[in-house]
Design a protein around this ligand. Structure first.
Ligand SMILES: C[S@@+](CC[C@H](N)C(=O)[O-])C[C@H]1O[C@@H](n2cnc3c(N)ncnc32)[C@H](O)[C@@H]1O
Length: 208
């Protein structure tokens, strides 16, 4: 099995609901024909429901292998290899209707670059839907996930984000928070290791 097939199978086996939840939060704001950028598109799981709804999907990711996974699904109009820590992202100001970032921001200590770029690229009123690994004040700021959960030989560091900090940052980046939903993710197929996640729907405030 290829790594991307393994990735998709794991997302299914561990009950990853991010794509459905993000679509559910966004659906009343989207229309067939709108353009949506999937930031950290991976194998395209987050974009599948939007593609089915008739949106034009653009995708960006650091991993050529993951982009190949999306390409093989035939759901994206355009895919770009780009590191999200490098700004500006390769899209113009106000060039997109919407953006999503699903299962990605837990790899960033701060989502400020992603939020700032989303605000720049989105047209007024466009929506930005994303997930985070959610943090209560008692939780650690970061945690290390071992190879048994990453599908590779390496451990990865994941960052948890407090909802209040995310809301503040969104406001600073000219977004209005429209909706939020806390949900459960699992790190393993047996669903023993639980991780709290949160999905947000933010709307680009009008430029003055
Ligand atoms: C857990 S996957 C989620 C993929 C997809 N959004 C989904 O819904 O399944 C995280 C993705 O973020 C990408 N990623 C992580 N750090 C990145 C970075 N600095 N720049 C671009 N992509 C990055 C990874 O390559 C991977 O495809």
């Amino acid at each position: 099995m290829s790594f991307t097939d393994y990735y998709d199978a794991q997302a299914d086996a561990t009950g990853w609901l991010g794509p459905e939840i993000v679509f559910g939060l966004a659906y009343r704001h989207i229309r067939s024909g709108d353009t949506l950028l999937d930031i950290g598109i991976g194998t395209g799981l987050g974009s599948i429901p939007f593609h089915k709804a008739g949106l034009r999907i653009l995708g960006m990711d650091l991993s050529e292998e993951m982009l190949e996974g999306t390409k093989s699904k035939g759901i994206a109009a355009e895919l770009k290899l780009h590191d999200l820590t490098s700004v500006p992202y390769p899209y113009g100001d106000e060039s997109l209707d919407h953006a999503i970032c699903v299962g990605v921001l837990q790899f960033f200590r701060s989502p400020n670059l992603v939020f700032g770029e989303a605000a720049r690229m989105l047209r007024d009123g466009g929506v930005f839907a994303f997930t985070t690994a959610d943090r209560d004040s008692a939780d650690p700021v970061e945690l290390t996930v071992g190879p048994e959960h990453t599908g590779s030989d390496e451990s990865v560091t994941m960052y948890l984000h407090e909802a209040e900090a995310i809301r503040r940052l969104l406001l600073d980046c000219s977004f209005t928070v429209q909706r939020e939903l806390e949900f459960t993710t699992y790190m393993d197929e047996d669903r023993r290791r639980r991780l709290r996640a949160r999905a947000y729907l933010a709307q680009r405030s009008p430029r003055i």
